[in-house]
Write a protein that binds this ligand. Structure first.
Ligand SMILES: Cc1ncc(COP(=O)(O)O)c(C=O)c1O
Length: 391
């Protein structure tokens, strides 16, 4: 807590919305400021000393971020956000789409991993298929019958941003790859909570946003397998990615940098590397697992609340609803008591439709949360129930 200015200055404030974005530790802001105060210039262009220092800062950050997922820097491009990377992939995958080709998603996808495919499907008359999420267990449902010779892409989240369930996607990715589909992992929710070793993931692309891993907005780590990036056109075109430009044609550089047209956000990349470094030093996983268990135990003990199932492995994100209160009213009550949670569909309307839920309350924990905060949260819920619920 002491390393977070916002939380230091507001000791009574409880931030339970880290699945949306994490608060930023001082070390990350210092790294960001130091970059701008000491090394800032445009990268990969200038031959002056400062330009070289900025390029070094960017490439060192790329290497640290690649290390974080067990990848080589040559296979990691830094995009503006997970949303931007997924849009870029959907538009540029090297696939000669035929009407009736299929894209396989799960019902738990964030809209960022649905809408780019919907748009593509409308353009090429493709079919989107959704792997169900088991309403009883919260686990990924049966997918075997949904994977077939027409499946060209499998793009799935590693963890639900609503329930916190970590899905067993590796067998799916392996099977998909074996039959020639391109496999993409949305790691936005898992990156802060589980070690990722890209070699064991059977994926052609994997993405997460740094702002959910104690970094800043403006940087998403995007792993692209060599066999994918080498044949894929740039997501955007512009300065810094060309070998040669004539009046009518252009050829691209032969490196992962071809996905970074224009001036990159080096400050955000430096901050992202500082964020994962901070996380690796803190190792909050075991403590967050305990806090989550405490939270779930308290919620389950209240008959007027229903906790969404989250499988056998989970991030410290928990969702619940009440038949007695609107989710938005619960969130507003908590907000009045200085506790920030989220209510709504959480950009996962397909999941809520499948499960026939209108809106749910989501509590998502971060490294700065404590058992005392969970107890105060529960006391506040109970006070609301005592005031409005028990008539
Ligand atoms: C699972 C998942 N995918 C994608 C995104 C989009 O991330 P960003 O807003 O950083 O682009 C989010 C954000 O909440 C998410 O939870």
């Amino acid at each position: 807590m002491k390393e977070f200015a916002l939380l230091r200055q507001n000791p009574d404030f409880i931030y339970f919305d880290s699945a949306a974005t994490c608060q930023v530790p001082d070390a990350v802001l210092q790294a960001y400021t130091a970059y701008y105060q000491q090394h800032h210039a445009n990268v990969h262009r200038a031959s002056h000393q400062l330009g070289r220092a900025a390029t070094t800062a960017l490439e060192q950050a790329r290497t640290a971020l690649a290390d974080f997922i067990g990848a080589n820097a040559e296979n990691v491009t830094l995009q503006a956000s997970t949303t931007a990377a997924l849009n870029g992939l959907a538009q540029q995958l090297p696939i000669d789409w035929q009407a009736g080709d299929e894209i396989l998603l799960s019902a738990a996808e964030h809209h960022a991993n649905i809408l780019p495919w919907q748009r593509l499907a409308q353009l090429h008359d493709l079919k989107l298929r959704y792997i169900p999420i088991d309403r009883q267990t919260g686990e990924l449902g049966a997918w075997q019958h949904l994977l077939n010779a027409r499946t060209r892409v499998v793009s799935v989240t590693a963890a639900s941003n609503v329930t916190g369930a970590i899905f067993d996607i590796q067998p799916l990715l392996q099977a998909a790859r074996e039959q020639g589909a391109i496999t993409i992992v949305d790691a936005a929710q898992i990156a802060a909570h589980s070690d990722i070793n890209i070699a064991s993931w059977h994926c052609d692309a994997l993405i997460f946003s740094a702002h959910k891993v104690y970094g800043l907005n403006g940087c998403a780590v995007t792993y692209l397998a060599p066999q994918l990036w080498s044949v894929m056109a740039p997501f955007q075109v512009g300065g810094g990615i060309v070998q040669q430009v004539t009046e009518t044609t252009a050829t691209w550089i032969d490196s992962i940098h071809k996905f970074e047209a224009g001036s990159p956000n080096t400050g955000a990349a430096v901050a992202a590397a500082a964020g994962v470094n901070w996380l690796q030093q803190q190792q909050p996983h075991a403590r967050l697992t305990q806090l989550r268990a405490l939270l779930v135990q308290h919620l389950h003990a209240r008959e007027w609340l229903s906790v969404l199932p989250s499988g056998t492995a989970h991030t410290p994100t928990v969702a619940f609803y009440s038949d007695n209160f609107q989710a938005y009213d619960i969130a507003a009550w908590l907000d009045q008591h200085n506790i920030a949670v989220r209510a709504g569909h959480h950009c996962a309307q397909v999941l809520l439709q499948h499960w026939q839920l209108p809106a749910v309350v989501r509590v998502s924990l971060g490294a700065y949360n404590t058992a005392d905060q969970i107890n105060r949260f529960i006391e506040t819920l109970d006070a609301g129930w005592a005031l409005f619920g028990s008539d």
